[in-house]
Design a protein around this ligand. Structure first.
Ligand code: AMP
Length: 431
């Protein structure tokens, strides 16, 4: 056993897995640019109050899962690691007066989030999300734009079987009456409710609806549905969101129990699941509208909507599908030497190739040429550049490893030759 291990619920992303994450980050970044969402970064920690207020005190994320940092009394602030991105982004929107920019402000952020969750497959204490937000637009069109963007991400990532679950959870005009109806529904069964649900009946009864406790299943199935009790404005908004989704050809399933764990959501709420895994604990991603959040954090009343897609679960799903994409060779050329002891020229030539933008490494160990070539083949390099006696005449041998051919190339032409042949090789043409 090693003396130290990564903390429980965290893991090291080793080269292959890091590459899979990088691909998803590149995909997210490309889509964000294409859809007009600009990337920003917020700190990995904030004042704990940003999350307590912005997410809600009576949520798992704040009650149980917030990683609070030991307070540094000299600054008089209590911090917590961010469990999600929205609250921090909204804090930044207010702090930087982004309401004076053209609305909506559309932003995108990819990075690690932290929750003191019970670790299991697909549930970690440090995990990665791609988050987008459109702040300052009441919808309904932008709601559909964002939902479609998530579907596009999954499709382009290689998950074709992702489904959208959709609900509207009303707003402060219609939700309070619904919440009271919900309390009345559960109250007669209070003796049968699991302890935590009993507490939530008073503090946040919406949370009972998305309880995964089997004891709640029958009660939840017969619970009144908020979509039947929306006020006229919320009902019109919801119908319009669905109309836009229909026009985009985005299929969705209405899910009356989808209330999201976070208090600040209004109206549109959605989640992404893999086909057949709907309603289980492991959503791939989710989001919704939060028209009350900016004001709650001290800004002017401003509508907003966004999503957070968990990247870890996408990587897991891709692995379960047989791999997270082809493994591309990381090196194009390996510079080897006929003289086992001579490493200066190898390093010089490799450095020149790298300066010219070619992925190259030199064999820096002092071993025989045959061993050096074996290692180049193991790396699945396209070329071995062999430095031998002809180097004195300004020439090297260029071996095309997959083709098994070799020719003499003037050192001055080496970069051009490799770039040309490698580009042709990647595009399937003649080398
Ligand atoms: P949430 O902010 O809870 O709606 O989460 C949005 C997405 O982030 C989820 O659908 C998951 O894909 C991912 N996620 C949330 N919590 C975790 C976790 N503890 N470990 C891994 N992924 C998570």
């Amino acid at each position: 056993m090693p003396t130290f291990r990564a903390p429980r619920g965290t893991r090291d992303l080793l080269a292959g897995e890091r590459r899979a994450f990088a691909r998803l980050e590149e995909l997210a970044s490309g889509l964000a640019a294409r859809y007009g969402y600009r990337e920003l970064e917020t700190p990995l920690f904030e004042q704990a109050a940003v999350f307590e207020r912005g997410i809600g005190e009576v949520t798992d994320v704040v009650e149980k899962e917030l990683f609070r940092l030991a307070s540094r009394t000299e600054e008089g602030e209590v911090w917590a690691l961010r469990p999600e991105a929205t609250a921090g982004i909204v804090r930044a929107y207010i702090q930087h007066g982004m309401h004076t920019q053209p609305q909506p402000v559309k932003v995108s952020l990819t990075g690690p989030m932290f929750r003191y969750d019970r670790p299991q497959a697909g549930r970690y204490r440090q995990f990665w999300q791609w988050d987008v937000e459109a702040i300052g637009d009441p919808g309904p069109a932008v709601d559909a734009e964002i939902i479609e963007l998530g579907v596009r991400f999954y499709r382009d990532a290689g998950l074709a079987d992702v489904r959208v679950l959709l609900n509207s959870i009303g707003d402060p005009a219609c939700r309070p009456a619904y919440v009271e109806t919900l309390r009345e529904h559960y109250r007669p069964a209070i003796g049968r409710l699991p302890g935590i649900e009993r507490e939530r009946l008073e503090s946040n009864p919406l949370r009972l609806l998305d309880s995964k406790d089997p004891a709640m299943a029958a009660l939840n199935a017969s619970a009144p549905r908020i979509v039947d009790r929306l006020c006229d404005a919320c009902a019109a908004h919801f119908a319009a969101v669905r109309g836009h989704l229909d026009a985009l050809g985005i299929a969705y399933r209405l899910q009356p129990g989808l209330v999201r764990g976070l208090d600040y959501y209004t109206r549109t709420a959605f989640e992404y699941y893999r086909e057949g895994a709907e309603g289980q604990q492991q959503a791939l991603g989710g989001g919704g509208r939060y028209d009350g959040l900016v004001e709650l954090l001290g800004g002017k009343p401003t509508p907003g909507i966004g999503f957070a897609l968990g990247l870890d679960r996408v990587v897991l799903a891709l692995e379960a599908n047989g791999g997270a994409g082809p493994v591309e060779p990381e090196v194009t050329a390996v510079v080897v030497g006929a003289d086992p002891l001579e490493t200066v020229l190898r390093l010089v030539v490799a450095t020149e190739l790298r300066a010219a933008g070619i992925a190259a490494r030199a064999e820096l160990g002092q071993r025989k040429l045959g061993k050096q070539l074996e290692s180049a083949a193991r790396d699945r390099a396209h070329f071995a550049v062999i430095i031998g006696d002809e180097y004195a005449d300004g020439q090297v041998q260029l071996r095309d490893l997959p083709a098994g051919t070799q020719k003499t190339v003037a050192r001055a032409d080496l970069q051009r030759e490799i770039s040309r042949a490698h580009a042709a090789h990647r595009h399937g043409g003649p080398a």
